[in-house]
Each structure stands twice: as C-alpha cells, then as structure tokens.
Ligand binder design. Structure first.
Ligand SMILES: Cc1cc2nc3c(=O)[nH]c(=O)nc-3n(C[C@H](O)[C@H](O)[C@H](O)COP(=O)(O)OP(=O)(O)OC[C@H]3O[C@@H](n4cnc5c(N)ncnc54)[C@H](O)[C@@H]3O)c2cc1C
Length: 464
C-alpha cells in the first residue's frame, strides 16, 4: 500500500509545476467521482488533466516521490468501478490527450492519444477509407486508453478479436514517471518480449497508457444484418456453425438474446417489436461484405438454408441501413435497461462456447430458486463464449449481493470459465478473481505489480 502522503505538500508541488487548470483541487466536479458501475468512492485530493505525455510524466514523478495514490480515468464507461477514486486519491483524467495523430492507410495503422473517444476515431478512420474494428455500445464516451486498459471486447470480437488484437504499439508512463515508448507499427515484431501485452487489460495498475497505435482493417463495402428467432441455445449454436461455414468466416457479429432480454430492451427503449410472434431465443447477426450485391444474396441463401433445415424459426432481414440500426438498437438498448432497472448486478462471464446454454440454464435455475422475485435478463456474444446476465432491482445489502454473485460465479467456476469476460475486475469483482485464476497466477500478477510500481501508487485496491 502507498505511504500516507502529506496532501498539502502534494498539491503545493503539483500547483507549483502546473497551472490551476491542469490541477483541479478543492470540490471535485461530480463527473470524476463515478463510472457506470454501482461502485462508490470518495472525494479525490485533486483531478489532474495533463495535455501531454511529458506533463503526465512530471505529474507522476511528483506523486511517486510523495507515495500519493493515483487513479487513471478514461471515458468512465467502465462497469466494475476500476476508475472510481477512493477519498484522498489523485485522479488522472486523459480527456485532454485526445488527438488523432496520424492515419496511415498504406501501413494500415492509426496513431492516437489515449484520451481519444472511440467513436471519433472510428469515424475518422472510416472517412479515410479504413475500419477500426474495436466497437462497443459505449463507443460515444469510452476512450481508446480505456479500451486498451480493459482489453475491451464488444460486438465484433468473433471476426476481429478483442482490443488486444488491434493494438500494435503503446506508449505508457510508469508509476515513477518513466516514459516507456513501444510505438511499434508492424504486425510482425519478435525482437525480444512484447511488453505491450503487460499493459493491455491491466486496468491502470501497472502504468498509464498515453498513446496507442491501432491496426486498421479493410473497410467493408456493406453489411448484411438479420435478427433470427431460434428454439433454444443448441439451435443457435448449430446456426452459428452453419453461418460461419456458408459465409467463409465473414460473420462479424453473432449476438444472442433470450426473450426476457429482448422484451425488456424493447420496452425500455420504446422500440418496435421485430416479429408478430414471440420466440424463446433470438440471434442478431451481421456479415461484413466486400461485394454488397453478391454477398447479400449469399447471406439470404444462408438464412433460407437454415430455415429449410429447421435450425431457425423466423428471420427479419434488414433491407436498409435504418432497418439494421433498428435491429441493433435492441441489442445496444442495455444502457437504458441499466438505468431503469437500477440497482442492477451485471454479470459478464465466459465459458466454453458449447457450454453457454447449459451455464445459462443453471444460473437461471439458481436465481429462480433463491430469489424468485428478481428478474434476470440473459444475452451475450455466443461466438466468444461470453454470457451477460443483468439481475434487476437487486437488494443492496452486502449479504444478498454476495449470495447472488456466488449463485452465478460458482456455476462459472464449475465450467473453468472466467468471472470477467470483457469488463475487467476493478473494485466490484476483486473478491471473485480466485474463482478464475490460480494461486500461482495471482502471485505472479502481484510480483509484476510490485516490480513496476514498488510504492503501490497506481490504482491501489483495484484488481489485485
Ligand atoms: C452501455 C455500455 C456498453 C458496454 N459494452 C461493452 C462491451 O460490449 N464490451 C466491453 O468490453 N465493455 C463494454 N462496456 C464497458 C466499458 O465501456 C469498457 O470497459 C471500456 O473499455 C472502458 O473505457 P473507458 O475509457 O470508459 O474507461 P474507464 O471506465 O474510464 O476506465 C476503465 C479502467 O481502465 C483504466 N484506465 C482508463 N484509461 C486508462 C489509461 N489511459 N491508462 C491506464 N488505465 C486507464 C481505469 O483506471 C479503469 O480501471 C460497456 C459499457 C457501457 C456503459
């Protein structure tokens, strides 16, 4: 744990080196106090808003010398409390380091500062004729540095991988202010250890990401989208295999929604029902196409074959971009559900793909047995083995929360699954990390933390 610093001395030294605008002290703006999770923190000592790597490096050197705890913040869309400050900690917000430095379509790279908002970078790349594959519902507020630090997943992992798979290079400032430049722009580089992977997904406990080189993909010329109704998870899995085989790996999203999720998302977002009849399970699927006309025909032929084989019960195929957006609004409607159903418990687990249906059924059974009054919504990214469960309007006492979490995580442990598929550990899942990681893994994580941050100033109390 960090030493107890003298808060006055920390502020005086930061203020002497930087202006009042870069070092906000006193009553913190409430927007720096919370992320999207239910985690609550305290009032920070200061909020630092550096404009450059060099400034951040000097700020961290000062905090390090004082043993002052520091919490990195991106777009604050995190769902596990990783960016929430405890009382007396110093927040480092990357919001002013948001430049898109270069888009190189010949090399297939985009270079950005960590505070750039994902959607802004996606749009700039699209204008330049390239695709940034990282995509998630929080695209309008999350930052690239946050995406890297959580190794964000999202809707296109089935085709392009997690954020990790799009990162070529990083610049990171270590706890003592050392700037570690690893701004590699090549896909192949086996010259020694690939250190960037230590920082991807490490939730700000090993260093602060300041710049990122991301890999670009060819821009799809069109997208075919359909919402498909199926009988159960086994049918969804059979349909996934069929779609992947028929479309030669071009499936770019394959999102499962059980009926309870779909109905709630439609009601919460006041959307139109896609089918006249209700079905038990739905799949929203996208195919990124190179040749829109012929590819759209292949997509429809694939759906017809699935209907004939009896694997799917019904399909609504988007005929326009507006249609596709209306179908995606159902899947992306989770933000509104989280608002309406608060307080919620949000589970983001993964198990081997073939086990998702079984795992979902066992979790549903556990919850219905012990908390019949609670509503639970099930959805997920089937191709990635990722299941999301939102338990609505949960009792807030610690004992009930713990018991509900155990009802879910003990099932996940039985399948040797992960208690966090994509959101990370932060504050809210720390107690459960040992369900998914061995004692030896945890010891190595702590050793790495100690060797990079011996005074323990970076995001203390998070993840480990
Ligand atoms: C509606 C909605 C939908 C979502 N959908 C998905 C989804 O599909 N897939 C998914 O993976 N996540 C999803 N999320 C969760 C969240 O958007 C991601 O975790 C995102 O990557 C967080 O980015 P951020 O910039 O908001 O980070 P923050 O919330 O600010 O921070 C997250 C963590 O990263 C650390 N951090 C932030 N910036 C830096 C930096 N520059 N250097 C070091 N550490 C840093 C913080 O300390 C914290 O531990 C969703 C969230 C919402 C609200």
């Amino acid at each position: 744990m960090p030493h107890t610093p003298d808060p006055r001395a920390v502020i005086d030294e930061l203020r002497a080196a930087f202006g009042a605008d870069e070092v906000l002290a006193g009553d913190a703006n409430p927007r720096y106090l919370k992320d999207w999770s239910t985690a609550t923190g305290g009032t920070p000592l200061a909020v630092l808003r550096p404009r450059s790597t060099e400034a951040l490096s000097r700020m961290l050197a000062i905090c390090h010398a004082h043993g002052q705890a520091v919490v990195p913040q991106g777009g604050l869309s995190g769902l596990v409390g990783g960016a929430v400050p405890a009382a007396g900690e110093v927040v480092v917000s990357l919001e002013r380091m948001n430049a898109i430095e270069a888009i190189d379509t010949d090399s297939g790279t985009v270079t950005v500062q960590a505070g750039a908002v994902l959607q802004t970078v996606q749009e700039a790349c699209r204008e330049a004729g390239a695709l940034l594959a990282v995509d998630l519902g929080a695209r309008g507020s999350c930052q690239i540095g946050g995406n890297v630090s959580t190794n964000a997943g999202g809707n296109r992992v089935i085709r392009y991988g997690n954020t990790r798979d799009s990162v070529l290079g990083l610049e990171v400032v270590l706890a003592d202010g050392t700037v570690l430049s690893m701004m590699n722009r090549m896909v192949k580089n086996n010259a020694g250890m690939d250190l960037k992977h230590l920082f991807i997904g490490s939730e700000g406990v090993l260093g602060i990401v300041t710049r990122v080189v991301l890999k670009l993909q060819p821009l799809p010329q069109g997208v075919s989208t359909a919402l498909v109704a199926v009988q159960d998870f086994t049918a969804a899995l059979r349909f996934l295999r069929h779609a992947q085989q028929s479309l030669s790996g071009q499936v770019s999203a394959f999102e499962i929604m059980w009926r309870d999720y779909l109905d709630t998302a439609i009601a919460a977002n006041r959307l139109r029902k896609p089918f006249a009849t209700d079905y038990p399970v739905y799949v929203l699927t996208d195919m990124h196409c190179g040749q829109p006309e012929t590819d759209a025909q292949r997509f429809e032929a694939m759906l017809e074959a699935a209907i004939e084989a009896g694997w799917i019960l019904d399909a609504a195929v988007a005929q326009s971009v507006a249609d596709a957006e209306a179908l995606w609004a159902i899947r992306d409607g989770v933000a509104e559900i989280l608002r309406e159903a608060a307080p919620t418990l949000n589970f983001d687990v993964s198990v081997p793909v073939a086990k998702i249906g079984e795992c979902a059924a066992r979790v549903r059974e556990n919850l219905a047995r012990d908390w019949p009054q609670l509503k639970a919504l099930f959805f997920g990214h089937v191709g990635d083995g990722n299941l999301h469960v939102v338990v609505c309007k949960v009792p807030e006492d610690a004992a009930s929360v713990h018991a509900i979490e155990d009802a879910v995580y003990s099932v996940v442990r039985d399948y040797a699954g992960s208690i966090s598929a994509e959101h990370g550990i932060g504050l809210l899942k720390r107690d459960w990390l040992a369900y998914s990681r061995s004692a030896a893994e945890l010891a190595l994580m702590r050793n790495l933390k100690h060797s990079l941050d011996p005074r323990g100033i970076l995001n203390p109390g998070k993840m480990l």
